[in-house]
Design a protein around this ligand. Sequence first.
Ligand SMILES: Nc1ncnc2c1ncn2[C@@H]1O[C@H](COP(=O)(O)OP(=O)(O)OP(=O)(O)O)[C@@H](O)[C@H]1O
Length: 723
Amino acid sequence: MSGNVVRLHKDTPHAPSETTEEPPAPAAPVAEDKPAPARRRLRIAELRRTVAEAREHDAYRVLVRHGAYVVGGTRVLTRRAWDARTGARYERMIRAAEAAGLMEEVKEWEARAQTYRAARHRRRMDLIRTLIYAPKAIGYATATGAGVLLMLGILLAWANNDVSDVLTPIETVIDIVRLVAYVGGIIWDPLLMAAPWLAVAAVWGAGRRQHTAPQWALPASARAFGDTITPSVVVIAFRDLGISPLRKAIDGMGDVGAAMLSPIKIAGCGVEVDVTLPTGVSTEEIQNRRRKLAENLNRHEHEVFITIPPQPRTVRLWIADSGALDEPIGASPLMLSEDVTADYYTGSAPWGQNLRGDLVDVSVFQRHILLTGLSNQGKTAALRALALWLMFDDTVDFYIADLKGVGDWRGFLGLAQVLIQGPTDEHVAQATDMVEWGVDEMQKRIALLEESGATDGVTRDMARTDPRFRPIVLIVDEAQVAYGCGAKSPDGRPYGGSKATSRYFQAVKKIHDQGRAVNVTIWEGTQDPTNENLPKRSREGNHIRGSLVLGTEAQAEMALGEAPVKAGAAPHKLRRDIDRGMLVVTGGVKMEPGQVSVTVRTHFISGTDAVTLTDRAKERRHGVTTVQALDVEAPVDYLADICAVLGEDARVRTQEVLHRLRTRNDAVYAEWTFGDLKAELEPYDAAPYKSDGVMVVARDRVENAILARLAAMEDDDEGEGGE
Ligand SMILES: Nc1ncnc2c1ncn2[C@@H]1O[C@H](COP(=O)(O)OP(=O)(O)OP(=O)(O)O)[C@@H](O)[C@H]1O
């Protein structure tokens, strides 16, 4: 049997040019089958595997370790010697300062280098002068020495009365020189032979002290060294980030790379350090390589936080001690004392700890709050923790709508004025009614404040003594249910959405706009934000925005705003299900100048503990009857009422229209005047006009107005968002 074997790759080793019946050699059948690049990749992979296996062998590691100590130690000592004899050190410092953009330091090091060079020049000139005068000086010294020895000899001869003693001192010196030469002759050879070994021992010692071997070859104790965050660990982590200008700059700095770093400070269960970046490297590039940086620092990604401090071209790293973030934080201070008190105006709620381990208190005074996060990560618990503190100020009233309704807020029964619990459209309608009530209350208060002529808004004293100004906190948990509700109220307006007619959204917006100053605030908890379930305008009306873990950076921007996320706030980098209760917060908490967000590990107050606390607060409040179901009134539709009272008449006098409206709904229309009627109809081009000398309302115009309104609502339904 015969056949032609066609080789597609001519560079295949041993490719036969002729017909062959031999089967391929069994030694490398797979490799031979593959094209050259694939074979090369295969070989590289094999090589890597071999190297990795070799690293497992102790003997190989010892060999590499000690070899690297010698090579590295030689490098270290050579550099030291070179530094000691030349201006290289100054040059390096100048390059480091230049790379870090520290121009003041550049000038300082240039001045030092100049001083060093001038001193060296002086020393060299002195040496040359010495060499010129050396023969003469040696001559003088020899003659003087010989003269002194001769004088000594003469004195000796005189003392001993023996003329031969004149030469004794000179002979003694000659004997000593001979002895030294003899001893030198004996030890010179062994010294010559031992010298290389002594040199090797010296460089080996230097290499060992500096850990110049690769990490894998180091003994375990020295390898653990990598867990400690030292300046060189940080510098090497940055150098190996894979950013070329950064690597070049750090290489250029040599062993003074630490000039980029501020002192490394202990901060809670980790350390904090500011790193000034060389020119050409942006803070954003560093943020984008968080995982790699963390790995270079021997940490998990979640253990390294990168923020942007106010100084330009600087990143601030907070690096957790390995595993420290997985340790729970202590119980809430609310659980530790039975005498907790709260003050809406002057106090702040104990919420948790920041990463430095400092307590984080949040002031909720006249602040709207928005907490977001993926489901089941601790949003309700974090929001509830604030209410569980504030309820100890018994001048504060709570109006709560829990649109999940599984009992998370049950403890507030008998404490809150209103507690709506449930996820249906009916519950959304009630929640909307509750928030709209908040708007009415807010407007009443604004009018009252205006009338009173108060100049400092609602003072603490007013809030405590005048029930009309008691702080009101409206809480809507799972607010995405309200924003996403498709149901409409009887007047045709939707509860949900973000349109001009959306009832829940509009009510929240009004409270965001004006509620703060009159002690009407709203706190919302929402899940998994999107533009649909949390409109932009609603997000931005809040003073405190906090986010638990989220899926994407885009969501993080929705939750917290673009600026904090750009500055390093990263709820999307938290770990789902592991970092439960960990919140990235903007506003309301103490921050350093220029800081825009704080990562807070919140204390967890379980449902049972929450009930213990609410029971305690209820005792102090003496029985509040909580309304659990609002009798939602169908909002009045004026246009529809006017149309109805016109009946079959084509035109009806305004006086008659007002009379018929009163008959239809006296509670609403008893006080209506011609002005009210005109104000209602004018925007629809259906205002009363004069006909045969009397003011009338035309039925066709009112009907057209209703049709136009209906069409506008349908357009709204079809259109997008319209925030
Ligand atoms: N601060 C915290 N520390 C540790 N674990 C927490 C913390 N807060 C909440 N958890 C855990 O997370 C679980 C869910 O909490 P919570 O009900 O507040 O989440 P959620 O985000 O409101 O959920 P959903 O959106 O589905 O209603 C709790 O049962 C608790 O086990």
